[in-house]
Structures are given as C-alpha cells and as structure tokens.
Design a protein around this ligand. Structure first.
Ligand SMILES: NC(=O)c1ccc[n+]([C@@H]2O[C@H](COP(=O)([O-])OP(=O)(O)OC[C@H]3O[C@@H](n4cnc5c(N)ncnc54)[C@H](OP(=O)(O)O)[C@@H]3O)[C@@H](O)[C@H]2O)c1
Length: 256
C-alpha cells in the first residue's frame, strides 16, 4: 500500500486505534477523514491539523451509511483508501437467557457496518489509483474471549469476509487486514490502563512499520498477536483458548 499522498477515510477515527492511525497517516502526508458518531471527539482529533477532516456517521444505520458515502465522495472525490476501524465490544454472559441487545448491536456495528460501507464505496475505490481497503479485526477472531462471544464472532466473520474481498478485488483494490491484540484504549471500561495490554503508542509504532513495508503484508500482525493468529496452525488452539481467557480474567480482576 502506498503510505503517502492518499485520501484516507478512517471510521472510528476520533479515538483509540483509529485516531492514532489517523495522526500517523496524516504525519506521512496523507489527507485523512475521520468519521464516527461524536462530533466533539472528531473535532479534537483534527484540531490543528490541516488536511484532516471530520464527518459524522452512524455505522449502525443502513440509510445513514448510504447518505454518508454520497457526502463523502462528493466532498472528497480523491478518496482512495478506506479503513474500516469503528467497532464496539460488549461483555455478555452466555450461561443464562438474556436481553440480546448487546449481541445485536455488536453484529450491527462490527459486521453489518463494514459490509455496508464497503459496498457503498467499492465502485468508487475501484476507479481510484492505488486503492486500498483495510479491515480492522482482532486477535479474538482467531481465539475467542469467552466473555465477549458475539464480539469474537463478528471479528472472525470479518476475517473471512476480508479474505473473500481480497480475492474478489485482486488487481483493483489492495485488501489488508489489521489484527490488533489487546491494546490500551477506551474500547471497554478500564481498558486504557489495564495491565498487560499493549500501550497504544507501542502498538501503532509497530503497525506503521508494517504498513511501510513494500509490499505491505496482507495481514498487519504485530508480534504480540502471533499467539492468537498462529494458534490453530501451530496445533495449540485449545491451550490458547484456556491461556488467553485465564490471562484476561486475571487482568480484569487486577483492576477491581
Ligand atoms: N483495543 C483493543 O484491544 C482492540 C483489540 C482488537 C481489535 N480492536 C478493534 O480496533 C477498533 C478500534 O477500537 P479501539 O480499541 O480504538 O476503541 P475505541 O477508542 O472505542 O474506538 C472505537 C471507535 O468506533 C467508533 N464507533 C463505535 N460505534 C460506532 C457507530 N455505530 N458508528 C460510527 N462509529 C462508531 C467510536 O466513535 P463514536 O463512539 O464517536 O461513534 C470510536 O471512535 C475496533 O474495531 C476494535 O474492535 C481493538
């Protein structure tokens, strides 16, 4: 992927991983549009940075995404890179019947959102030089967190959707999967300071070095995520499920 001179949309670019990516791509000389639901957060992300732009949209709304894609391509016709980063993570207990609102919201934001936005922009991107599509999945796509089952399932689904997109768009749009391990952000309460999670700045340094490799790897895998990404290939999947969930439980308990 070309890493300068692009026009890049980053969903969820007002906070966490999206904001850090936005700033680093902007520093490299790209025009960057950040999008999400909270305008105040987006305005803070673009403050003092010419060639950064903010647009509000709700990834949960099919009609909203269609309208957003029209506004986006009208205002930024040079758009050639889409980074599907917006996401939510909710904890759910599977051992009793429950309100499925969290599960349904997770599917809407993490799975239907990027499917709809990619659909709305695929033809535009296909006409651009150096077009690229980056989907942000998770190490939990490969080894699930029992406490976040629907989240893990949406990320596993996005992994295979990304594999299919890569084949379907070969020669037109470069398709890259960014697979974060546990990183210190506000994705869940307390996570920004959770011990054992990768500091955001360290994560982004490693990610940007991988983006700048030519050719860019089709999967951006920092060292920390290999434990999950390679678990099945290395025939240690069951052990990885146990170890990961035990580590996550201890990290959460250490904060209580
Ligand atoms: N941090 C980790 O440990 C980790 C690990 C693996 C994968 N990831 C993935 O990395 C991505 C970024 O997460 P993060 O850790 O940086 O957390 P974050 O700071 O909470 O970022 C999530 C972003 O998504 C946006 N968003 C959520 N729902 C939305 C909606 N309906 N419409 C539009 N935007 C929406 C949020 O903005 P608004 O609330 O303003 O809409 C927010 O800026 C997510 O896909 C997450 O699953 C994170």
């Amino acid at each position: 992927m070309k890493t300068e001179g692009n026009t890049i949309l980053i969903t969820g670019g007002g906070s966490g991983i999206g904001k850090a990516l936005a700033h680093r791509f902007h520093d490299l000389g790209n025009t960057v549009i950040v999008a999400g639901r909270r305008d105040d957060v987006l305005q803070q992300a673009i403050a003092g940075r010419p060639n950064m732009h903010a647009m509000t949209f709700d990834a949960d709304s099919a009609a909203g995404i269609a309208d957003f894609a029209r506004r986006l391509t009208a205002e930024h016709p040079a758009l050639n890179v889409l980074i599907n980063n917006a996401g939510i993570m909710r904890f759910e207990a599977l051992d009793r019947q429950r309100d499925l609102g969290d599960a349904e919201a997770t599917v809407a934001t993490n799975l239907l959102g990027p499917i709809r936005l990619t659909d709305a922009l695929v033809e535009h991107l296909g006409r651009q030089p150096d077009a690229a599509l980056v989907n942000v999945t998770s190490g939990l796509a490969f080894v699930p967190l029992v406490a976040a089952p629907t989240y893990s399932a949406t990320k596993a689904a996005m992994h295979l959707y990304t594999v299919a997109l890569r084949e379907a768009l070969k020669g037109k749009i470069e398709v890259i999967e960014l697979v974060p391990p546990a990183v210190q952000t506000d994705l869940t309460p307390g996570q920004a300071t959770r011990p054992g999670y990768l500091p955001l700045a360290d994560f982004i340094d490693e990610v940007m070095a991988l983006f700048q490799q030519q050719p860019t790897p089709r999967e951006i895998l920092v060292q920390r995520v290999a434990f999950q990404r390679q678990a099945e290939a290395e025939h240690r999947f069951d052990e990885a499920v146990t170890t990961l969930n035990e580590m996550a439980r201890k990290a959460r308990e250490a904060q209580q």
